[in-house]
Design a protein around this ligand. Structure first.
Ligand code: SAH
Ligand code: SF4
Ligand code: F3S
Length: 437
């Protein structure tokens, strides 16, 4: 029975939650599963993979409700395989199969290179579970970036894991210890991506600026800058303590490095920063931004904030508001503190949820005001846009500015993958409109 359709590729549906690293990992998993082609509907899939996120309670719970929705598909089609990958897989392991018996496969982020063997087990009618932190380097065992032409902007993981142990965060437990990939392999992968039409890479790491794979991140960025056809380089996410002088200098001396920096601070209160185990102060963060702006005055700053961390008082929160006022962010992401099992902050005195909600709203209003003002200040300015796709209106193309704003170019003659000079004509809530120069 099972030897029918051996030549027809099976269909793989992957749903990705969480951060950019999961987006990258989903691509690598799809590439590693030979004999499958990707589909964008769960209904016609032979295998469904949920690539999950454990960062906040809501993110983790989403996975179980999605699995509940998928179960009827399996009742209709008993050969359907359902797998859970990502940080919930790492954190909950076999518990996932207990809570939802329709799940056949659970794989943690450090074991993706073992996916083909795990899939073979499923074909024998068995289940597969792997949440090891294996000795071998998973990237060395994943296939190269062969295959079809790709979108002009791509992610490229250079570092994974975290040794910082912020008191609220699950990442050191779900992604494991910091590991950097050898520079030569990163350079080869970037070259493979460029050969498939990629013009911009965003280097990824949970602490990307702690990269130490026989080069520093600054040296790696300069080496990537020498690849013909690669026009733009970005990196995320950085930790303030790992922002060294040479990386700051790279923002001045490497034209392909884009003037955008995501540098989470979490809080503006030194008392809370200490309780968070962040090992920097509000003042040292502000001084760091000053130094970056000295060499690159136009750099677009982005950040992450947590409000309602245990023991946060109104005065602590006010210090966060003051810090935001001083930095003037182009982008900022703010979250209400979510208790994560097994983290040090989980057992501390929690802030009243209504109070935390109210603070979150005040912070988000301030951030929105800053973002709008910066968007509006772009009108009349000349920027460059990497064209990523056709817009909704005829003749319109859509892409990203060097500062990561979404830009609609009207009456464009540009092709996907071109980097074109434009003048900004209008600012809208989430994007800019421009004409070609
Ligand atoms: N490695 C990155 C990002 C980690 S997760 C860094 O160090 O900055 C992305 C963001 O989620 C964090 O910056 C933080 O703002 C938020 N976050 C992490 N754990 C959280 C929690 N328990 N509750 C609410 N937000 C959280
Ligand atoms: Fe989490 Fe802190 Fe590590 Fe970022 S630096 S991943 S917030 S523990
Ligand atoms: Fe989520 Fe894991 Fe990324 S917890 S934010 S998917 S590292």
């Amino acid at each position: 029975m099972s030897d029918t359709k051996t030549d027809t590729p099976k269909k793989l549906f992957i749903k990705t939650y969480g951060c950019q690293m999961n987006v990258y990992d989903s691509e690598r998993m799809a590439e590693s599963l030979e004999g499958y082609v990707q589909t964008d509907t769960a209904e016609d899939a032979d295998m469904i993979l949920l690539n999950t996120c454990h960062i906040r309670e809501k993110a983790a719970e989403k996975v179980y409700s999605e699995l509940g929705r998928l179960k009827p598909l399996k009742d209709l089609k008993p050969d359907l395989k359902i797998g859970v990958a990502g940080c919930v897989a790492q954190a909950e392991g076999a518990e996932i199969m207990r809570r939802q018996p329709a799940v056949d496969l659970v794989v943690g982020p450090q074991s993706y290179h073992r996916l083909p063997q795990m899939e073979a087990r499923l074909r024998e009618g068995k289940t597969a579970l792997d949440t090891d932190f294996p000795e071998e380097d998973k990237f060395a065992h994943l296939k190269g970036r062969t295959g079809a032409r790709r979108a002009p902007a791509a992610f490229l993981t250079v570092q994974e894991g975290c040794d910082k142990f912020c008191a609220f965060c699950v990442v050191p437990y779900t992604r494991g210890a910091e590991v950097s990939r050898p520079a030569e392999r990163v350079l080869r992968e970037a070259q493979e991506l460029v050969e498939r039409g990629v013009r911009e890479v965003t280097l990824l790491g949970q602490n990307v600026n702690a990269y130490h794979g026989d080069m520093t991140l600054a040296q790696l960025i300069r080496a990537l800058g020498k690849i013909d056809g690669l026009e733009r380089i970005r990196y995320t996410t950085s930790h303030p303590n790992d922002m060294d002088d040479d990386l700051i200098a790279a923002h001045a001396d490497t034209p392909k490095l884009m003037p955008y920096l995501h540098l989470p601070v979490q809080s503006g209160s030194d008392r809370i920063l200490k309780r968070m185990n962040r090992s920097h102060t509000a003042e040292s963060y502000l001084r760091l931004i000053e130094r970056i702006r000295e060499v690159r005055p136009d750099i677009m700053m982005s950040g992450d904030f947590i409000v309602g961390f245990p023991e946060e008082t109104e005065a602590d929160f006010q210090a966060t508001m003051d810090l935001v006022e001083q930095v003037n962010y182009g982008y900022a992401y703010s979250f209400k503190y979510s208790t994560r099992p097994g983290t040090p902050a989980a057992s501390r005195a929690q802030v009243d949820p209504a109070e935390a909600d109210e603070r979150l709203q005040r912070l988000q209003a301030l951030i929105t005001r800053q973002q709008r003002a910066i968007q509006e200040s772009m009108v009349g300015r000349d920027l460059s846009v990497l064209v990523e796709k056709a817009g909704r209106n005829a003749g319109q193309m859509l892409g990203k500015s060097e500062y990561l704003h979404s830009v609609h170019i009207d009456n464009s003659t540009a092709q996907i993958g071109d980097v074109v000079p434009v003048r900004i004509t209008r600012a809208m809530t989430n994007s800019l409109t421009a004409r070609e120069l």
